[in-house]
Design a protein around this ligand. Sequence first.
Ligand code: URP
Ligand code: ZN
Ligand code: ZN
Length: 464
Amino acid sequence: MKTLITNGHIVTAVDSYVADVLIDGPVIAMIGKDLGSITGPVDRTIDAAGKLVIPGGIDPHTHMDLPFGGTSSSDDFETGTRAAAFGGTTTIIDFAVQSHGQELHQALDAWFAKAEGKAVTDYGFHLIVTDLPDSRLPGLKSMIDQGVSSFKLFMAYPGVFLVDDGTIFKAMTAAGENGGLVCMHAENGVVIDVLVKRAIAAGKTAPKYHALTRPARAEAEGVHRAIAIAEMAHAPVYIVHLSCSDALKEVQNARDLGLPAYAETCPQYLFLDYSYYEQEGFEGAKYVMTPPLRDRANQDQLWKGLRMNDLQVISTDHCPFCFKEQKELGRDDFTKIPNGGPGVEHRMSLVFDGGVAQRRIGLNRFVELTSTAAAKIFGLFPRKGTIAAGSDADIVIFDPDKEQTISASTHHMRVDYSAYEGRKVKGVSEIVLSRGNVIVENGKFFGKAGAGKFLKRGAALAGG
Ligand code: URP
Ligand code: ZN
Ligand code: ZN
């Protein structure tokens, strides 16, 4: 199958020019002017005049089919990657979870079983490590050799996910020595636990107390500690879902000192804020996620961090739970509201609208934040994350002028609400190709469950 995309405005993290792209099978074969005159017959020509031609989005932080709080996130690998594709994201990196007592490879096998035959786009895995005695440390190298080169560790959720500082130090050392990267959920979960218990004892059970018991200082302290431990371990660290200015300052300070500290933020921290918890009744439960939404004043600082490269990636932390049946579990007690929200479908459009259309970032930076940087950090570059000869033909024909209104009534995520209900955004993923196949075109799906392949990732941070 040969496809020729003509006259599109090709944008990568560094380039911006009008040209044609020839796709041969699953990869990009050639880029140039007027390729039609030299390619011979092709199966399909896509006229991309007036449109952006960008690398498929990479969302390195999703939770499909994640067991949490007595239920499971409502998107599985089929519905979740399908929704992602509608929004121009053609690769996800999801989190496999090691339960207590489980061997690392067993955890990974369980997530292979969830994704195989279901994912419509390519996917990789990080591994959440919860139980790491010294005897399991060599297992980290074995995971890296199998293409799982990043690990998430938690400083929060005592008794469930939290690991102690010694374990973090050992994991960072072992990962760092073998081309791996530790992704840190940085919040002081021990202090938070005390605040939560005090709130419940005082009868403070409404959703907003989820936010009021998880202060920004708890996140900043976690980020500071994570970076200090990484420095002692001579290893890099990647802070996930960074939500606030206090935490960002810790990353900035570290990077100013030349330390290999990296961080992502998510659209919810750029576009939503604490006031959403103050909505009528139980509505605030829709925004119960960790870290929580912060005061609006943080948003300008996060955008500044994105511009200045103190934040390198925008992921979603997509972890949807239906409002009616799942968030409901915590109607009388915010600690029982499953943590997380939907987001995988609208990341590209939200960031384009709030970033490029609002002139906060340029086109190259948009591509870098939504695709290229994640590919480089997580060992997928240059197979993913760019438009170049030899790269996978994961391509989005993006209409920068078209508007859409985000709504649960039209979205494709398997969840009964949208965190952005009614928001108008400029920028729509019109045609989406995954390894050379058109899987979305003008709002219709042409992909197939199981077509997505597991991505055996290389060493972290190897892509420059
Ligand atoms: O609330 C969130 N973020 N749920 C997903 C789990 C995590 O910590 O990323
Ligand atoms: Zn987390
Ligand atoms: Zn997460």
